[in-house]
Design a protein around this ligand. Structure first.
Ligand code: NDP
Ligand code: MG
Length: 391
C-alpha cells in the first residue's frame, strides 16, 4: 500500500518508519515530511525510496534539494508544500507533526478520503467536529494512534458505543508525580523532559509532567468517540501498562494492556483491521506483580480542570486552549516562565478570549480555527507579559 508520513523525523515518525522498514515489500512510500532535521529526512527518503521529501521550513529548501540531488526524489519546502504532500494520493497516512501545525496537513490528507492514523492529538482538540465531519464527507477512515485512544478503540471492537458508561484513560503522572507540590515552581526544563516510562518528543514529555497532555487527551476522547465529558475520566497509573479502560453499562470493564512502546498503537493502525506480529516487548504480569491506580490531584494538575472547562465551552475553546498551551510551553522551554506558570497563562488566555473573542457557538471552519489559534497566541503572550510585571 502507498503510505505517507507527516512528521517523519520525530519520535512517532521514526517508530512508524521502523515498522515500515521491516516490511519494505508491503509499502510504497509517497511523502515524508520533517522540519529542521534534514539529515534524517534525507536518510529515510533515500532508504525508503520516497517520491517526495518536504521540510516545513522554506529556508532549508536549498539544503534538502542539494542532499537529494541525483536520487530522483523530489524536494519541497514550506507549509503549502506540506499540504500538497498530504494531499498526494496514498492509502495510509501517519499524522505525526507536533502541535497545531499538524491540523491543516491532516485535513488535507482526510480530504482525499484515505486512512489517517492520527498521532497529532491537537487536530481533534482544535477542530474535532470539523475533522470528524470532513472525514465522513470524504469517506476517510480515522484511526487513533495516541496509546490511550488506540486502547479505547480496541476495547470497543464489536461493542455498541451506546452501551458505554465511562471511558477511563490512564496517565503515568509524568516526571513530577511524586515531587512535593511546593517544589514544582522550581523544576528545570531538563527535569521536565525526562519521562519515567515513555520515550517521546520533548514537547509531549513536558506536557506529561504538567498533565497538559492528559488534558488534551480528555478532549481528544470526547471528540473521537463522541462520549459526553462527564463520561470521561483520567486515572494515575504509574506503571503505564494499562492504557485505557472502557466501562459498560452492565458494570464490566474492558482494559487494554501493553508495554509502553508506541509501535504497538502505530502497528495496530498500520495493520488494521488485522493484527500483525509487532516487535514490542511482551508484558509478563507475574513479573510485574502489582498494578496501581490513584485519582489525580487537581491542585497538582490544574490542566485537568481547564480541560473540563474547555469541554463545557465547546466550539473554538479547544483551539484557543491548545494555542495558549503551546505558547506557555515555548516560554517555559525558553526559561521565561516557571513550570507552574503555564496553567495560569492558559487560564488567563481563555478568560480573556471568552469575554469578547467569540469562542463559543461559532461555526467551525479551518480558517476560523486558524484565526482563533493565532489570536490565542497573541493573548497568551500578553498573559505572559502581565505575569512577568513586577507586582
Ligand atoms: P517530535 O517533536 O518528536 O516530532 C515532531 C515532528 O514534526 C518532527 O518530524 C518535526 O520535524 C516536525 N515538525 C516540528 N514542527 C513542525 C511544524 N511547525 N510544521 C511541520 N512539521 C513540524 O514529536 P512526537 O513524535 O513526540 O509527537 C508527534 C505528535 O504525536 C504530537 O502531536 C504528539 O502529541 C503525538 N503523540 C506522540 C507520542 C509519542 O510517543 N511521541 C504519543 C502519543 C501522541 P523536525 O524534528 O525535523 O524539526
Ligand atoms: Mg497518550
Amino acid at each position: 500500500m502507498r503510505v505517507s508520513i507527516l512528521g517523519a523525523t520525530g519520535s512517532i515518525g521514526q517508530s512508524t518508519i521502523d515498522l515500515i522498514r521491516r516490511q519494505p515489500e508491503r509499502h510504497d512510500v509517497v511523502a515524508l515530511t520533517g522540519g529542521r532535521n534534514i539529515a534524517q529526512l534525507v536518510r529515510d527518503a533515500r532508504a525508503l525510496k520516497a517520491q517526495v521529501a518536504v521540510t516545513c521550513y522554506p529556508g532549508l529548501y536549498a539544503d534538502l534539494k542539494a542532499a537529494l540531488s541525483g536520487t530522483g526524489i523530489e524536494a519541497a519546502a514550506g507549509p503549502e508544500a506540506l499540504i500538497e504532500a498530504a494531499a498526494r494520493p496514498a492509502d495510509w497516512i501517519m499524522s505525526a507533526i507536533v502541535g497545531a501545525a499538524g491540523l491543516a496537513p491532516g485535513m488535507a490528507a482526510l480530504g482525499q478520503g484515505t486512512t489517517l492514523a492520527l498521532a497529532n492529538k491537537e487536530t481533534l482538540v482544535c477542530a474535532g467536529p470539523l475533522v470528524m465531519r470532513t472525514a465522513k464527507a470524504a469517506g476517510a477512515t480515522l484511526l487513533p494512534v495516541d496509546s490511550e485512544h488506540s486502547a479505547v478503540f480496541q476495547a470497543l471492537v464489536g461493542e455498541d458505543i451506546g452501551a458505554v458508561e465511562k471511558v477511563i484513560i490512564t496517565a503515568s503522572g509524568g516526571a513530577f508525580r511524586d515531587r512535593p507540590l511546593g517544589q514544582l515552581s522550581g523544576v528545570t526544563v531538563a527535569e521536565a523532559s525526562a519521562h519515567p516510562n515513555w520515550d517521546m518528543g520533548q514537547r509531549i514529555t513536558i506536557d506529561s509532567a504538567s498533565m497538559f497532555n492528559k488534558a488534551l487527551e480528555l478532549i481528544e476522547t470526547r471528540e473521537f468517540f463522541g462520549v459526553a465529558p462527564e463520561q470521561i475520566e483520567a486515572v494515575i497509573h504509574p506503571e503505564s501498562l494499562v492504557h485505557a479502560l472502557v466501562q459498560f453499562r452492565d458494570g464490566g470493564l474492558m482494559a487494554h494492556l501493553g508495554a509502553p512502546d508506541m509501535r504497538h498503537a502505530i502497528g495496530y493502525a498500520l495493520n488494521w483491521p488485522e493484527r500483525a506480529h509487532l516487535p514490542v516487548p511482551r508484558v509478563n504480569l507475574a513479573e510485574v506483580g502489582a498494578l496501581t491506580f490513584r485519582a489525580p490531584d487537581e491542585a497538582r494538575y490544574p490542566a485537568l480542570r481547564l480541560a473540563r472547562e474547555v469541554m463545557a465551552a465547546g466550539g473554538l475553546a479547544g483551539a484557543a486552549f491548545n494555542a495558549a498551551k503551546e505558547v506557555a510551553l515555548d516560554a517555559f522551554i525558553a526559561g521565561r516562565i516557571r513550570f507552574t506558570d503555564m496553567a495560569p497563562v492558559v487560564e488567563r488566555t481563555l478568560t480573556q478570549m471568552s469575554s469578547g473573542d467569540g469562542l463559543e457557538n461559532a461555526p467551525l471552519s479551518l480558517d476560523k480555527v486558524l484565526q482563533i489559534d493565532a489570536l490565542a497566541r497573541v493573548r497568551a503572550k500578553e498573559a505572559i507579559g502581565t505575569l512577568m510585571e513586577p507586582s
